[in-house]
Design a binder for this molecule. Structure first.
Ligand code: NAD
Length: 363
């Protein structure tokens, strides 16, 4: 277990500028660097540090190993009207997913719905970001994602890692209010949350991890040092079942890959995702009371007498609250992660004088 260090806090606008500059020094175009920076900082703002700027050292390692390709764009490999299949050519997932969603949104404007299957892309990070892109166009979306060849999670009743943390996401836009946003890993906790706990030197809650013998443990070290243990899927056979569907709908239906012996990314730092997205225009349905009915349900659910100290939330409210607090107070980053990010910035070629400017922003 690592030793805990001092947490730093940095204004999100300054952090975005730092990350964009880092990727430009590493060779990304201005647009690519901005897309990656915005996505990572938005993940931190949403309270998902597991998918924020703490991913930079992993992306840099993937670039060093020649897996992450910079300045790539998606290619439409099959256009079947309401179904688009696109290839990300192992480029930055932040570019590929943004371009894929833009194509799907355009097609949904024409047809009322569209499925976009994205394959061969580097890590696409926080899936909620892509759902929010659809919701800002006024659309509902569902996202089934697999993590190709990077097993972390044991099957229900199994004892070793066989598949990825395969996230599922759905969004419902609301009039005059933030959308309902459900966005989670099908593992009980995201792998990145074990990285954050490992870097902070703290244990994770019970019920999420097993060691290499298949025995329950709370120590995140089992995910970061050999002999490796596994994450468990959330909700017993139900979470495991959803993970299976994400693997097949994300990996197989997109023409990408599922996880099995011959697709394992052995000794590879890169994270590759495939994602099948279904986008729906709510206006294409015969439901003039849709918004009122949605609100009536939310009011009804929230009227339940609170069982303890925590309020009743609907999906998406956690992220809204985090965003408000972090826009006000800055983004917290643990000391170990910040040191790793600064090392990645040096590797990208950021001059010491520029790095020193950012030290000055940190309290
Ligand atoms: N790209 C990848 O390969 C990959 C893999 C796994 C996870 N991820 C991402 O990691 C992020 C974190 O995933 P996670 O599993 O740790 O998320 P999580 O366990 O924090 O769950 C988040 C979801 O639960 C909702 N929520 C939180 N508290 C709630 C409450 N009290 N009541 C009702 N709803 C509540 C949130 O609004 C959100 O929809 C996600 O953004 C996910 O997309 C990405």
């Amino acid at each position: 277990m690592r030793q805990a260090g001092e947490e730093i806090r940095i204004a999100s606008s300054r952090l975005r500028q730092f990350v964009a500059s880092l990727w430009q020094h590493a060779g990304s175009s201005e647009t690519e660097a901005a897309l990656v920076a915005d996505h990572l900082v938005q993940a931190n703002l949403a309270g998902h540090d597991s998918h924020g700027v703490g991913m930079i050292p992993s992306y840099m390692a993937s670039r060093r190993q020649g897996h992450l390709m910079q300045n790539k764009h998606i290619e439409v490999v099959k256009d079947a009207g309401a179904v688009l299949t696109v290839d990300g050519h192992n480029g930055f997932g932040q570019v590929a997913a943004s371009e894929a969603m833009a194509l799907g949104i355009e097609r949904t404007r024409q047809l009322g719905m569209c499925a976009v299957a994205l394959r061969h892309t580097h890590h696409i990070g926080r899936i909620g970001h892509w759902a929010e892109q659809c919701a800002s166009a006024g659309f509902i979306s569902f996202h089934f994602v697999n993590v190709v060849g990077d097993p972390m999670v044991a099957p229900f009743n199994g004892s070793d890692r066989r598949f990825g943390t395969n996230p599922f996401c759905a969004i419902f836009p609301r009039e005059g209010q933030p959308p309902l946003l459900l966005d989670f890993a099908t593992s009980g906790i995201a792998f990145g949350k074990t990285r954050v706990a490992y870097n902070k030197g703290v244990q994770v809650a019970p019920g999420y991890l097993i060691d290499h013998h298949g025995a329950p443990t709370n120590d995140p070290t089992v995910m970061h040092e050999t002999p490796y243990g596994s994450l468990l899927a959330f909700g017993l056979h139900k979470g495991y079942g959803l993970a299976v569907m994400c693997e097949i709908l994300g990996g197989a239906l997109s023409g990408g890959q599922t996880t099995h012996e011959s697709s394992l990314q052995k000794s590879v730092e890169a994270i590759f995702n495939s994602m099948t997205t279904i986008i729906l225009d709510p206006k294409a349905f015969d439901a003039p009371q849709m918004q009122e009915e949605a609100q009536a349900f939310i009011d009804w659910a929230k009227a339940s007498p609170q069982a303890g100290d925590s309020p009743i939330l609907v999906p998406g409210e956690f992220e809204q609250a985090q965003r408000a607090a972090r826009l006000r107070d800055g983004v917290p980053i643990d000391a170990n992660s910040w040191q790793q990010i600064l090392a990645a910035a040096r590797e990208a070629g950021m001059p010491e004088a520029e790095l020193a400017e950012y030290y000055g922003q940190v309290s």
